[in-house]
Design a binder for this molecule. Sequence first.
Ligand code: GLN
Ligand code: ZN
Length: 764
Amino acid sequence: MVTTHNLGFPRIGAKRELKSGLERYWKGESSRAELKALGAQLRARHWDNQKGLDLVPAGDFAFYDQVLDMSFTLGNLPERVQGFHGDKLDNYFRVARGRSAAGAEDHAACCGGVAAGEMTKWFDTNYHYIVPEFTADTQFNLDTSRLSEQLREARELGVKAKPVIIGPLTYLWLGKAKDNSDKLALLPRIMPAYRALLDYFRVMDVEWVQIDEPILVTELDPAWRAAFATAYEGFELRSVKLLLATYFGQLQDNLNLACSLPVDGLHIDAINAREEVALAAQKLPAQSVLSVGAINGRNIWKTDLTATLEWLEPLAKQLGERLWIAPSCSLLHVPVDLASEEKLDAEIRSWLAFALQKLDEVKLLAAALNQGRGAVAVELAANAAAIAARRHSPRVNNPAVKAAIAGIDANLGSRQHAYAVRAAKQAAILNLPAYPTTTIGSFPQTAEIRRARSQFKAGALDDAGYRAAMRAEIGRSVREQEQLGLDVLVHGEAERNDMVEYFGEQLDGYAFSQFGWVQSYGSRCVKPPILFGDISRPKAMTVEWITYAQSLTNKPMKGMLTGPVTILNWSFVRDDQPRSVSCYQLALAIREEVLDLEKAGVGVIQIDEAALREGLPLRRDQWGEYLRWAVESFRITANGVADETQIHTHMCYSEFNDIIASIADMDADVITIETSRSDMELLDAFDNFKYPNEIGPGVYDIHSPNIPTEAHIVQLMQKAAERIPAERLWVNPDCGLKTRQWAEVVPALTNMVAAARALRSQAQ
Ligand code: GLN
Ligand code: ZN
């Protein structure tokens, strides 16, 4: 008999109940007791949702973040929140977001305003965790309260729970040594806390513990590999069983290490590392469990169960009781329940599986393995029919798009001439001053915009009324920009709800869910659009808005598009073709839009690639391949224009050191990036690599309500001019201004324009 289990369940709730509960609590609209009760209620519901599995996770529920939970379990709280008033939960929120609930902050004098912990992306997902903080003096003190509460609840509900914890090496690796000390030196100090935790689990009658070590799918240097052996030998002879969980990639050179650690079982992501399953089955000690993640925990597609059984059946014969099956990773990264999607096109819906449906697939596979395929013949036939229907659907396959992809050649991605030639032609037309000023695209999403959008959605405003409201907003943005004296204007993006969804809605091959929310961090969720078919653009998407904006001014108006790599990286993508192919399809569609804008007289076009960096694979040796097709996709999109058309791109970061050559290969005439918060330190990349084209290093931190002064902006630009020749510098904010108020934007941009003028006169 194979065992079924799950590594983690989405905690936000099928209708984002946790999000609203948290936000009510933070605003002081509900009590701590109410929030805690909501947590218990969600956990109970989620265990009920996972009924029928042999083992379900406990401790995977977090009010904010599972890594922050682990920091609290290990007693690793930043010094700045120690000794604060209030409940532990309030301190937890202080680390998570700088403050707890309104009511909990009565002690403003002593507890007010603490710096929130740093947040960063969880491996290659779109989930963000709170970075553990260390110094050479960090001490650990086990606190079992959270886990014991959840284990007790599980026991009362008759649930066979497997507690989930982050392993010691991954925990240390994820953190940051504030004093640049060696994190690994903390291992001897953290191990007693872990050993005490395992002993505690034994007291709680736990049989299996899932210990997550996803860093085993990354390149580890010898010290870290050696530390694995030391740490896990320290767990030997504990009387709970350990399932060492890896996910998101292949173990490769860590496979032997993972198979040799003294644990009781190993979980492998069989979606990303199918070929390692057989190897692991060979290498694991004779008693060890091999858990295979046979269902993709990162996408929303149904699994081809018959194809999966083909390779699982021989494995089940070989391993017998030692085979476990599960999703590839925690289901945190997928929406909860497809059953809520009543409005989704029925055909597309029949191809999908969200968390609950994925667990049904795990159970079906187990039934087929335990009792033979005949026992679930009806279900398998239905699955096979859905898989076949999707594979052959004309909505998925568009021969014209496939032909266009086959016809891509190197010329498609190349400009007519090199940058220097183009720059001279563009300068003659655009006639811009030195240090030209511009913004990144969006202007504040005002109450009027939001009202018009919701009335339009509700049917209370017709199409013409909605367009008139958006035109009025565009008019306002243009007037404000003219008054501010900016050089290259934007239309302000009033008509866009979201920079990816806006384009997805207008492209063939995309579908949208109603409740397909995935946690991004804390209470923030995103609803990625679903890219299901070959991508094409039935008609122009932005031309009308941009030409309208251009008609209001004599200054150059910048056309504004989202690039193919960003659209891809922020969508649920197809599993039936490589990401690169989907990306090329998007590139061809956005290219048509670029050419239509050019034809309509738009001489400056910005193509945002905010998410290019986050698509980098976990292993460095795969970066080159990703960057090759990502850069090529951008080039196909952007570079079909005449020399005279100026292409801009924008990226919301500037950690470019390791990828700057690829960024330069994109060959945009101008790139705008985020730099202001780091005081231009992020421009270090430009010390060793001479970026050949123009750059606008952001001088206004748009994430903060603070107004940058003219002097500060001048100073930042002077720093930039030390690395990049002044004649190739632009002056602009870090990112779009959509989350700010006009009352902040106007004074900030006034100072920015004044700074540019001061720089020009200094230069003379
Ligand atoms: N053009 C977009 C905006 O200004 C860019 C957003 C982004 O880079 N995240 O909103
Ligand atoms: Zn940005």
